[in-house]
Design a protein around this ligand. Structure first.
Ligand code: DGJ
Length: 727
């Protein structure tokens, strides 16, 4: 059992292979005692200390040394002596917002129960995790709150979520219900998060903590390009390969908040959950509310150690379905080749060339339905545009599959164009508020997925198309953020539930469609990586990483994404030059090597390649077919950061360390450059490896500690690839 309870000291000790997490019940409050490297047991040498602090009020007038304002807590309340950021806040019928949750009982369970209605990590065997449920009660209002902790002992992660049940007689309004809160005893950390913009997602930002509240959030109705629902705390001095790191990741795709508050005594409170901004939830007597799951990871092996823990957990126990462990196909997508301007012959010609080059899957992107010749029309009309595809979808799919290629299709199921039959019949099916105009983004409105009938209609429309032809892949896009967030179905006191209800509706629809079509590989997308989050990964094992396909930009985007997300989740394609987003010319070799570092594909007009380029593409395709098992499912090590200089390095190592692939990229040529050596990681120091291009085998130890000489490179946009095989 990875969870022990010491009854006499009222201490819970949660242990993974490398982590201990210790909670103590102190005067009824769940207090945080220790979180860090695994220990056998907590000793009195590090017990909680109580001192009288001015301006920290006392719940017991006879004990000036006890104040919640300085007690490290697991789920702090508002209004009852703690002035720091609360984890939850409830409004009573009398309008007040002061509550007090005390320990009532607990349960320790083998395995990990699902998180009702929400995506979450899971176990396949009960032995993989143990779960602790701590039940807290506010006895004045009969509110029951269960703090759930699941311990993945071998995978080294602890997940947390919270459930509220109103067992009282009055209506309660939840104003804030975060998924987790934890108080760390000092502030000697840097905070790291992944921020950006459309076409520039997940830049790695790192800065020292300072007193006060530092937070990242989304108020866009999606996890967003701008911020990712993740943050890490790194011990000052910790880096990619060493030092202590705490990771916090939220399994949710909507508005979130992730914050760290450094208080007056320099303790650090980390909190993560649904953004309380414009959120509330009415909890009638007898009702429950479930928060999303937060996944926490402690690593004493730097950021890289933390990332690899997330990769394995998310790849094997968050992603689901047939494709979770299956090698992903090499695809050709027509978006940047044709945009909206195609017909069946053009598609067939690209697919035919793809087949000749060894590509396995053709993906028909936007523009095949309604009368969608541009982005002003037809979203919601999920029936084939016969003027482009006169033989219908079935005919086109036949033409493509008879070439020996699989067929995939683009949808944007959450959206509606004002110019659509769907909108004309259901003008109230979009998110909107009375008496206000409906703002558009990319000329479209957002379907109100908080409404069951809307979700059901989408399930029906998408399913009809997917059943109509042998489609083996779907790209599920989402191209704007929410405005005028309101739903005509909800009463006034529930309007602020709309955004979260949308997410619950979206998850229901995704669950229905993905489970109805288990043989289809689903790739999510939101204008590229606008919803690259663990919530969506639960339904769809891969995501289009960014609309920016420039190889140089992709170095940063893919590197930043890898901080949390596994390589098997990242779509990466070779596109044409000059690049359509930044107009840069990079070599086909470098574009290929960057794209080979994820779920590989092409997104250009294959018929326009020169014979020499075709030759190189054939080699890239053949190389990927040989190596994709290792690339998609191996251990990933970052070697050089594109955020720190002119070059980037990363490598993939098989779990048994017998094989590896190393990639190195140099963006701009350097005059009279220094001689450079790349130190590898993750190899077995006792193994000898045959390194491509080297006559003699090299020891794993030598490759990691002495390094691999980088040949002198001439010209901009260079890349190198080495394969290593144990001899
Ligand atoms: C945004 C996506 O990210 C692109 O790849 C493409 O599918 C377009 N939408 C189509 O409208």
């Amino acid at each position: 059992m990875s969870i022990q309870f010491d009854t006499s000291r009222q201490i819970f000790h949660l242990q993974t292979d490398n982590t201990s997490y210790v909670i103590q019940i102190v005067r009824g409050y769940a207090a945080q005692l220790y979180w860090g490297k695994r220990i056998r047991s907590i000793s009195s040498a590090s017990s909680l200390r109580y001192v009288d602090r001015s301006f920290s009020p006392n719940i017991d007038p006879d004990d000036a040394a006890f104040s919640l304002d300085v007690l490290p807590q697991e789920y702090p309340a508002y209004g009852h002596t703690d002035f720091r950021n609360p984890a939850y806040q409830i409004q009573l019928e009398n309008g007040t917002t002061v509550t007090d949750l005390k320990y009532n009982t607990h349960r320790i369970i083998k395995g990990k129960p699902p998180v009702a209605g929400l995506p979450a990590t899971y176990v396949e065997q009960a032995e993989e995790a143990d779960t602790l449920e701590i039940e807290l009660v506010d006895s004045v209002i009969n509110l029951k709150v269960i703090l759930t902790y699941s311990v993945f002992e071998k995978l080294n992660a602890i997940t947390r979520s919270v459930n509220f049940t109103n067992e009282g007689k009055q209506d309660l309004k939840i104003l804030r219900a975060l998924s987790m809160s934890v108080d760390l005893p000092d502030d000697q950390y840097d905070v790291l998060h992944l921020s950006g913009a459309w076409a520039d997602e997940r830049n790695v930002e790192r800065r020292p903590l300072t007193r006060g509240h530092q937070l990242i959030e989304s108020r866009r109705g999606a996890s967003s390009h701008q911020q990712n629902p993740f943050l890490a705390l790194l011990r000052q001095g910790a880096d990619e390969n060493q030092g202590e790191v705490y990771g916090f990741s939220l399994v949710y795709s909507g508005n979130f908040v992730a914050g760290v508050e450094v208080d007056q005594y320099r303790t650090s409170r980390v909190s993560l959950g649904i953004n309380p901004f414009d959120f509330s939830w009415l909890l009638n007597p007898g009702e429950s509310f479930q928060t999303p799951e937060a996944v926490t990871v402690y690593s004493d092996q730097g950021l890289g150690g933390m990332s690899r823990t997330y990769h394995k957990l998310y790849r094997t126990r968050l992603a689901r379905g047939e494709f979770r462990d299956k090698e992903r196909p090499i695809l050709i997508n027509n978006w940047e080749a044709t945009y909206f301007n195609f017909n069946a012959d053009k598609i067939e010609s690209i697919a035919k060339k793809g087949r000749e080059l060894g590509i396995e899957l053709f993906v028909l992107d936007d523009g095949w339905f309604g009368h969608r010749d541009n982005d002003k029309t037809s979203l919601g009309d999920w029936f084939v545009d016969k003027s482009k595809l006169p033989g219908g979808l079935e005919d086109l799919v036949n033409r493509v599959t008879s070439l020996g290629m699989k067929f995939g299709l683009w949808f944007e199921p959450e959206m509606i164009s004002e110019d659509s039959e769907l909108y004309r019949s259901h003008p109230d099916w979009c998110l909107h508020v009375p008496d206000r105009s409906r703002s558009t983004g990319r000329n479209q409105l957002v379907l109100d997925f908080s409404r069951e009938e809307v979700g059901d209609a989408v399930i029906q429309m998408v399913s009809a198309i997917l059943s109509s032809a042998p489609i083996t892949y779907v790209k599920w896009d989402m191209n704007r953020h929410m405005t005028e967030v309101g739903s005509p179905d909800l009463p006034a006191e529930r309007q602020r539930e709309t955004a979260h209800r949308y997410m619950l509706g979206l998850y229901r629809v995704m669950e229905a469609i993905t489970s109805r079509f288990p043989h289809i590989l689903f790739e999510s997308c939101s204008g590229g990586g606008g919803r690259f989050d663990p919530g969506i990964l639960y339904y769809m094992p891969q995501t289009w990483t960014s609309d920016n396909t420039d190889a140089v930009c992709r170095l940063k985007i893919q590197y930043g994404t890898s901080i949390v997300y596994p390589v098997s989740s990242m779509g990466s394609h070779v596109s044409a030059v000059p690049n359509h987003q930044v107009h840069r010319h990079t070599s086909l070799k470098m574009r290929g090597d960057v794209a080979l570092s994820g779920n590989f594909g092409y997104e250009l007009d294959l018929t326009k390649f020169t014979p020499e380029e075709e030759e190189l593409v054939k080699q890239q395709v053949a190389f990927y077919k040989e190596t994709r098992g290792l690339i998609q499912f191996g251990e990933y090590y970052r070697l050089r950061s594109p955020f720190e200089g002119n070059d980037t390095g990363w490598m993939f190592v098989s779990e048994d360390q017998s094989e590896a692939i190393v990639m190195y990229f140099k963006v701009l040529a350097q005059p009279n450059a220094p001689l450079d050596t790349l130190r590898l990681r993750g190899l077995n120091p006792d193994y000898d490896y045959k390194v491509s291009g080297l006559e003699q085998p090299a020891g794993g130890d030598a490759l990691m500690y002495a390094g691999l000489n980088i040949p002198r490179l001439e010209g901009d946009f260079q890349s190198l690839v080495w394969t290593l095989r144990k001899v």
